[in-house]
Ligand binder design. Structure first.
Ligand SMILES: [Fe+2]
Ligand SMILES: [Fe+2]
Length: 157
């Protein structure tokens, strides 16, 4: 049954990239409490997104030579993003370092997103058919739902 929940994984990932980019752009013009609220949203969105990719998307890429070769670098880029998020979490939005790290985060995300949507997506499209991509889309949504609670807890601790 084709519902909103059965979108293919590439469409889901792409939509989330646009949401995250939007939040990062809006955060650039925000300060104090508003900036912290944006950071909260970015923290959750990025951790859910990278977490679900690691649970569903990258393991599926492991199955084909053509896609497998991109995993290591992508995972390293996720680690870089997560480290920046944790560093930002303990800073106050009006610390001077906060802005610098937010701009590092934005650059890291832009680079990674570009790589996923160009090389990685085209390799995936060569190896997996639409049926597989829809199945993975469903698993991606389920993984996010499962991760939600952990990410909420991580944000506040
Ligand atoms: Fe992504
Ligand atoms: Fe990613």
């Amino acid at each position: 049954m084709a519902t909103a929940k059965t979108k293919d994984i590439l469409a889901l990932i792409e939509a989330e990239h646009r949401q995250i980019e939007q939040l990062l752009a809006e955060a650039e013009n925000a300060k104090n409490t508003q900036l912290y609220n944006y950071f909260n949203q970015i923290y959750k969105a990025l951790n859910l997104h990278t977490g679900a990719e690691e649970l569903v998307f990258y393991p599926a890429m492991q199955e084909y030579e053509e896609t497998k070769k991109y995993i290591l670098e992508a995972e390293e880029e996720h680690e870089e993003t997560k480290a920046l998020l944790e560093e930002l979490k303990v800073l106050k939005p009006n610390d001077s370092e906060f802005k610098t790290k937010m701009s590092d985060l934005k650059k890291a995300v832009q680079h990674h997103v570009k790589e996923e949507e160009s090389e990685i997506f085209s390799a995936v499209q060569k190896c997996m058919n639409q049926e597989q991509l829809i199945q993975l889309g469903q698993e991606f949504q389920e993984a996010k739902a499962k991760l939600e609670e952990d990410v909420e807890v991580a944000m506040t601790t």
